[in-house]
Design a protein around this ligand. Structure first.
Ligand code: PEP
Length: 244
């Protein structure tokens, strides 16, 4: 499987910056790579601009959230059909920042993921423990619960393992800790679902090669470093060139 290199711009970029970033990546990505797929997840308000720029290119487009309902009286929310119509193929769900700031539960994440799949989107479901949970060795218990409660019953999805303490801190876990958790996640999910398991949390050019070469790491979800086209492209290019 090609490595999945996904950019989460979060609530960053002015419009001109978003357009410049996509154009810079498009120029580098050309017709695509046999080793990796690039996906960008801009803020909702720039999705239409980005959709027209990535159309016909090898880059994929994703959103950073969607509502669990198909439509209705949900002021300020965005539905999965709207994202699909805009040209999205992916949607990040259950990011720790949404779990923390919007009190999103795994049960709600599953409802959102189910709606996303119904509308032809691939949900990228984020899981991961906080620092205090790892400190007492509870990371697998936490991640198992998040997986069990948030994985949709049918359809294609990705998992992003993002230890909360590694997000934006410049301190990723050791490669051994990443390997152990990705093995754990792989074994927890029915193999027939063919899930891609991404790692996220302080991925940079300087550590991408070894993270992407770690067993059961099918790609990376990149926050801060995805706002710089050179850095993000460097991460993608760190994808192994051999199969396996
Ligand atoms: C993220 O929030 O999804 C993330 C991985 O952030 P960062 O790369 O900045 O740690």
């Amino acid at each position: 499987m090609k490595k999945q290199i996904v950019a989460n711009w979060k609530m960053n970029t002015a419009r001109a910056q978003a357009v410049a970033l996509v154009n810079a990546l498009k120029a580098k990505a050309g017709q695509g790579s046999p080793h990796f797929d690039l996906v960008i997840c801009p803020p909702f308000v720039w999705l239409a601009d980005c959709a027209s720029l990535v159309a016909g290119s090898a880059m994929g487009l994703g959103a950073q959230d969607c509502h669990a309902a198909e439509k209705g009286a949900y002021t300020g929310d965005i539905s999965a059909p709207m994202l699909k119509e805009l040209g999205c193929s992916y949607v990040i769900l259950g990011h720790s920042e949404r779990r923390q700031h919007h009190q999103e539960s795994s049960i709600l994440v599953k409802e959102k993921a189910t709606q996303a799949i119904k509308n032809g989107l691939v949900p990228i479901i984020c899981v991961g423990e906080v620092e205090a949970e790892r400190a007492i060795g509870q990371q697998e218990v936490i991640v198992a619960r998040q997986l069990d409660q948030s994985i949709p019953d049918t359809g294609r999805f990705y998992i992003a393992y993002e230890p909360v303490w590694a997000i934006g801190t410049g301190k990723p876990p050791s490669l051994e800790d990443i390997r152990i958790m990705h093995d754990f996640i792989r074994n927890r999910i029915d193999p027939s679902r063919g899930v891609a398991i991404l790692y996220g949390g302080s991925v940079k050019v300087s550590n991408a090669r070894e993270i992407l070469a770690t067993k059961n790491v099918d790609g990376v979800l990149v926050g801060g470093a995805s706002l710089d086209a050179e850095e993000f492209w460097g991460i993608a290019q760190a994808s192994p060139t051999h199969k396996g």
